[in-house]
Write a protein that binds this ligand. Structure first.
Ligand code: NAI
Ligand code: NA
Length: 395
């Protein structure tokens, strides 16, 4: 079929298998161009099919020749209906990994469930014995709790009061004022249940119970802080409460794994265009200004550049450079004083009329479409493609 982007609001309903494959190949080429990383050799990535998790899997495999197991939740294609991008990404990743002689197996199912943890435990036992790195990179709007069966929804709201600020519709470039109502009822607790640290700890407990973590193993989960302008809706909002919980969980895990000297860290990453961040009001305007400023300064990074730097300079570079709260910071360039000062100034000036000048609206939009395999350089979008791609390790 010939596949074109079909968007509805902040989601894209279609994705392009060849474009996704090219994205994966480009990320692999980037990691290879940066040279070998003396890193972990057996790696479990939870949330492995898109964004930071995919970049982590690629960096482990092609930076350190690691065997990888990836867990994610994606939709396969059906006749005439493309798969979700993570499915195509993983199919491409496995193809490349296997061609390079690397072990790579994938599980496409709900990581929050006990069943999937058991499946991964069995797979590690059978194939790898133990793992030495676990990357936790889930981003989900919902979680069914494995013990109660109750389904929780996360929300993106400020806490305490209405938050009003500027935002942009990145499809039209229209800058407008938006007001977001504060959390109510169980919003905060529910968001913490979905995006906090409980499931990360459940994973580590399940692995440790079966002695599947090697001596001195590492686990890393990803977090975000961001600037003042997004604070009410992000870091001081419901999702921020979940990130506080995630960050606190790192210390609990480290404490619990003391006997094997394993360590849990949170890495604070840079703001990037993903499906989730496109849906948070205010953030797209911030990101479009951020990209403009960072590109001008020659310090722009995408997921793969972020994770390659995380691995080569922090995790396996001999200096974690932890902040006062014990976190790894690869948002260091985003948070630089000169970068933030320029964004604050541009933030005041931004209007519908000038945003395409003072911000990188085009870059934002291109990155959004790239998530789905569209607007990728070197791909012929007029060509008939097979949408029914399979992930090799999934029978
Ligand atoms: P993403 O949406 O690109 O990736 C999420 C992954 O989780 C996908 O592989 C998806 O299949 C998987 N997943 C979702 N629900 C699942 C389930 N129930 N079972 C199994 N797999 C499931 O997200 P992204 O942006 O890479 O986020 C990963 C982490 O990085 C999150 O903790 C996020 O808060 C954090 N982060 C994101 C930033 C951003 O700007 N996007 C900035 C800094 C941190
Ligand atoms: Na991810």
């Amino acid at each position: 079929m010939i596949i074109e982007p079909r968007t509805r609001g902040f989601i894209c309903l279609t994705s392009h298998p060849v474009g996704c494959e090219q994205n994966v190949k480009d990320q692999i080429a980037y990691v290879q161009s940066k040279g070998k990383i003396e890193g972990a050799k057996k790696v479990l990535v939870i949330g492995a099919s898109t964004g930071f998790g995919l970049a982590s899997r690629i960096t482990s495999a092609f930076g350190s020749d690691a065997a990888t197991i990836g867990v994610f939740f994606d939709k396969p294609a059906s006749e005439g209906r493309p798969a979700s991008p993570g499915f195509y990404n993983t199919a491409a990743f496995e193809k490349e990994a296997h061609a390079a002689g690397l072990y790579a197996k994938s599980i496409n199912a709900d990581a929050f469930s006990n069943d999937v943890k058991k499946q991964v435990v069995d797979l590690i036992k059978e194939d790898l014995g133990q793992v030495d790195l676990v990357i936790y990179s889930l981003a989900s709007p919902v979680r069914t709790h494995p013990e109660t069966g109750k389904r929780y929804k996360s929300v993106l709201k400020p806490i305490g009061e209405v938050f009003s600020n500027k935002t942009v519709d990145f499809h039209t470039g229209n800058v407008s004022e938006i007001s977001i109502k504060p959390a109510e009822g169980d919003d905060v607790a529910n968001t913490v249940t979905v995006m906090g640290g409980e499931d990360w700890k459940m994973w580590m407990d399940a692995l440790q119970a079966e002695n599947l973590l090697s001596e001195g193993a590492t686990t890393v989960a990803y977090s975000y802080i961001g600037p003042e302008v997004t604070k009410p809706v992000y870091r001081n909002g419901t999702i921020g409460a979940a990130k506080d919980d995630l960050e606190a969980t790192a210390f609990k895990i480290t404490e619990e794994l003391k006997s094997i000297g394993a360590k849990a860290y949170v890495s604070v990453n840079k703001a990037l265009v993903t499906q989730a961040s496109s849906a948070i009001p205010v953030i797209p305007l911030y990101i479009s200004l951020l990209f403009k400023v960072m590109k001008e300064k020659g310090i722009h990074e995408g997921c793969i550049e972020q994770i390659q730097r995380l691995y080569s300079e922090r995790l396996f570079g001999g200096d974690l450079a932890l902040d006062e709260k014990g976190r790894i910071r690869v948002d260091d360039w985003e948070m630089r004083k000169d970068v933030q000062a320029e964004i604050s100034k541009l933030w005041e000036e931004a209007t519908t009329e000038n945003l395409s000048e003072i911000g990188d609206l085009e870059g934002y939009s291109n990155e959004f479409f790239k998530l789905f395999g569209f607007k990728v350089a070197g791909v012929d979008y007029d060509a008939d493609v097979n949408e029914l791609v399979e992930i090799p390790s999934i029978q």
